[in-house]
Design a binder for this molecule. Structure first.
Ligand code: 13P
Length: 460
């Protein structure tokens, strides 16, 4: 039985899949039979046990249907036929000793979604558009609502998100919106799915998939991000519900070191998440947020950011992540919030672009910055400064606080203010759209837009 299976594997051609006979019927049927047990195996793999992976050698094929692919992650024997196949074993550093070719195995992405991932990433990274991030957990959304005197109820969260997602004309400036799970599965008060409100405006729905930060034992009071357990099956459900990209936010703290352990853990978690997301059709947004907290200089931030992104890309490559199908969400390179000197937008742009050009391959389609507690206007001015000359990637925004602040102030939880609040959202979205094109002017910005939103030790 394995002979005919092996022959099929070595051929690696889609059209033979349904035809090649095996004792279980067609090869496609045979592969479905082996996929179920693999699903259990994969659950083990997702729980950080990466050493286990290097001994695995399992194969799958593009022509397996998407639903069955959604539950499969694989290793390929014949590595040479795909451009995305790594040639090294999973945890082998370049230059380290290699085993005999016969014993060598390499891990690959399943690859069935490659074309779609590239297309999704390009749609999100389209000229003059960026991401509206409204993926606050229920607890964090509660803080937003409390700032205007509203209780943290599901009805209030629904009213707020409905206001944002039904803003007429939003799709001109916004290409994607990151949702929290509650919103992804929620409808408006008129019974229309929130994801349909987005799709109607050519906005790609996204989903926050991490499960938040917890203390990292053995570190210098740092944290790590949870959420890999069960991520594959959750991602498959999110895809079915209409999500096409995902977000995983982990943090790095400069005042805490950062320790080598915290940086490695952050990078490894992001890479595993990215591989699992791509395997399930979701473009991963890779977000190691380097927190603004601290009194360090901009040079220190540059040094830490270079260290963090080097590690992130090392592990993304190790996990055979398709770079054309990811988006990044970096912090801008700025001095710490408590540093004695502030940096102007030109300096921030120079440092940030220097860091990115040193670390990010041009295969990556888009850099979608977070705002991190900057004022709305600062975040827009900095983005504008970064788009004064051509970049190798689309350089845009994925702001939460820097898009929502003036909306909340205009809304105040009153139905009669919905229109004014939507207008405030459009004003900020348009300003950032212009900044993405390098054509923004801060003339006429309101005093509110100039107010910083930094909160020490902010959690999402
Ligand atoms: P801000 O830093 O822009 O608030 O957003 C961070 C984030 O990760 C939201 O998705």
């Amino acid at each position: 039985m394995f002979q005919s299976k092996k022959r099929y594997l070595e051929k690696g051609q889609n059209r033979h899949l349904e035809k090649t006979p095996t004792p279980f019927g067609s090869s496609a049927h045979y592969l479905r039979l082996i996929i179920k047990p693999l699903h259990c195996l994969r659950t083990i793999l997702e729980t950080n046990s990466f050493l286990t992976l290097s001994v695995l050698s399992i194969h799958t094929h593009r022509s397996i249907t998407k639903s069955s692919m959604a539950s499969a992650s694989f290793v390929k024997l014949n590595a040479s036929s795909s451009p995305w196949i790594g040639q090294r074993s999973f945890n082998q550093r370049p230059g380290s000793s290699s085993r005999s070719p016969a014993a060598r195995v390499s891990v690959i992405r399943a690859g069935s979604y490659s074309d779609e991932l590239v297309k999704t990433a390009k749609t999100i990274a389209s000229p003059g558009r960026g991401i509206l991030a409204i993926d606050e957990s229920n607890a964090t959304c509660g803080k937003r609502l409390a700032s205007i005197g509203l209780d943290n109820t599901e009805a209030n969260r629904q009213a707020y998100r409905q206001l944002l997602l039904t803003t007429p004309g939003l799709g001109q400036y916004i290409s994607g919106s990151i949702l929290f799970e509650e919103t992804l599965f929620q409808s408006t008060t008129d019974g229309k799915k929130m994801v349909d409100c987005l799709r109607e405006q050519n906005i790609v729905p996204g989903i926050k998939v991490d499960k938040g930060l917890v203390p990292l034992p053995g570190s210098n009071n740092e944290s790590w991000c949870q959420g890999l357990d069960g991520l594959a099956s959750r991602s498959a459900e999110y895809y079915n519900q209409g999500a096409r990209f995902a977000k995983w936010r982990t943090v790095v703290s400069i005042p805490c070191g950062p320790s080598a352990l915290a940086v490695k853990e952050a990078a490894w978690g992001l890479a595993r998440y990215a591989a699992i997301s791509q395997d399930n059709g979701l473009v991963p947004i890779v977000e190691p947020e380097i927190l603004l907290d601290g009194d360090h200089s901009i040079d220190t931030t540059l040094e830490v950011a270079e260290r963090v992104w080097a590690e992130v890309f090392y592990y993304l490559a190790e996990n055979n992540v398709l770079f054309e199908g990811i988006l990044l969400k970096p912090s801008m390179v700025t001095p710490g919030a408590d540093h004695k000197e502030k940096a102007d937008p030109e300096t921030i742009a120079k440092y940030t672009l220097t860091m990115l050009k040193r670390r990010v391959p041009p295969a990556v389609p888009g850099i979608m910055f977070l705002s991190g507690g900057q004022s709305e206007m600062e975040a827009t001015l900095n983005l504008h400064a970064m788009n004064q000359s051509p970049n190798p990637w689309h350089v845009s925004f994925s702001y939460a606080r820097a898009l929502q602040n003036s909306v909340l102030k205009a809304w105040q939880g009153q139905p009669e203010n919905v229109e004014a609040a939507q207008k405030a959202l459009l004003t900020r979205a348009k300003a950032n759209s212009l900044a993405q094109l390098g054509k923004y002017s801060a003339e006429g910005e309101s005093e509110d837009a100039k107010k910083g939103m930094f909160v020490k030790g902010y959690t999402y």
